[in-house]
Design a binder for this molecule. Structure first.
Ligand SMILES: Nc1ncnc2c1ncn2[C@@H]1O[C@H](COP(=O)(O)OP(=O)(O)OP(=O)(O)O)[C@@H](O)[C@H]1O
Ligand SMILES: O=P(O)(O)OC[C@@]1(O)O[C@H](CO)[C@@H](O)[C@@H]1O
Length: 298
């Protein structure tokens, strides 16, 4: 079974404005609200691709109810821990001349809530796949994902981590199956700016040396680079298309990569191709791509 964990789900409020003026009254010409949070996006795209999965994580308040409704509507199973107080966050995505995102902090998660998630994770068995994706709310340590991996280390569970900074670096010793930093996240890990593709590969190699089995670096409109567990470096350009909404394209890439890997029984060329196609298919439309959109780009 495939499980995703989203510690900090959201409703994404996508607003389109002709121009965005700070300190003024701005009005949208189009807006909509969709369930979000990285793990949830991965769950939805996996489901769109025909892969059953269960979304785990923490949900609170009326926003949480709407997130659950949408997750179920998309056909995903869910077993979110319902928090007793607070509300799941609303993240604002402003699309005008550029893209501005305002991601809220999210509700407080108590030790008791985390213990409930641990109990759920204790039921995972050999062969399961777990995706830990996105930020964690204030108050939780940046060792959170590492603690989960430590707890599961005696079982043969493939774990994918999409996180930034210490939350990501702390898991490497536990040999995640896949990590997917974007190139800006990789730059900030190494506190540098990449000039060439070779610079990116060098940095990704260092993460592999620290334990990550596969490193997939996404580069938005410049495609992606995969350093696979067999020592191969593969690059992929994006297909032609018009950017409509890039929110969730990285998560779509993770879902596409995993689906491609599973469907091809471990062929990394196919996994990378499906990952890029899924990322771009979502970037070229208002929301998360369907299987037909992804196959068309493949
Ligand atoms: N402008 C674009 N044109 C074509 N494809 C794109 C574009 N932006 C993103 N993609 C596709 O999506 C993939 C992931 O994009 P990106 O590197 O922006 O991930 P990310 O930063 O994790 O995204 P997000 O956090 O917004 O979900 C890219 O590798 C590419 O396949
Ligand atoms: O604040 P985080 O957890 O880093 O990112 C949250 C988020 O920006 O990620 C998704 C896109 O990848 C959105 O659905 C969501 O709003």
């Amino acid at each position: 079974m495939i499980y995703t964990v989203t510690f900090n789900p959201s409703l994404d409020y996508i607003m389109r404005l002709h121009t965005f003026q700070p300190n003024g009254v701005n009005r949208t010409y189009d807006d909509f609200i969709v369930a979000g949070g990285k793990g949830i996006n991965v769950s939805i795209v996996l489901r769109h691709l025909g892969h059953d999965n269960t979304a785990l994580g923490f949900i609170a308040g009326f926003t949480g109810d709407e997130i659950i409704r949408q997750v179920k509507q998309e056909g995903c199973k869910e077993a979110f821990v319902r928090l007793k107080t607070g509300t799941s966050r609303i993240n604002v995505k402003l699309k005008s001349q550029g893209e501005t995102e305002i991601n809220a902090q999210g509700p407080t998660i108590t030790e008791e809530d985390v213990a409930t998630l641990y109990q759920q994770l204790d039921s995972l068995v050999d062969g399961d796949i777990l995706i830990l994706s996105g930020s964690i709310p204030k108050g939780l340590p940046n060792t959170m994902y590492r603690q989960i991996m430590e707890r599961l280390q005696t079982r043969k569970i493939q774990i994918i981590v999409d996180a930034t900074q210490d939350l990501l670096m702390n898991v490497l010793a536990y040999k995640p199956f896949l990590i997917k930093p974007n190139h800006h996240e990789l730059e900030s890990v190494f506190n540098t700016t990449f000039e060439t593709e070779e610079d990116i590969i060098k940095a990704a190699r260092q993460l592999q040396a620290k334990g990550a089995r596969n490193v997939l670096v996404s580069r938005a409109g410049d495609g992606a680079i995969l350093l696979d567990e067999h020592g191969q470096v593969r690059t992929k350009k994006v297909p032609q298309g018009t950017l409509v909404n890039s929110v969730g394209s990285g998560d779509s890439m993770v879902a596409g990569f995993l689906a491609g890997y599973l469907e091809s029984k471990g062929d990394y060329d196919k996994a990378l191709a499906m990952g890029v196609a899924a990322g771009s298919a979502s970037a070229f439309q208002e929301w998360l791509a369907n299987r037909a959109d992804i196959e068309a780009l493949l």
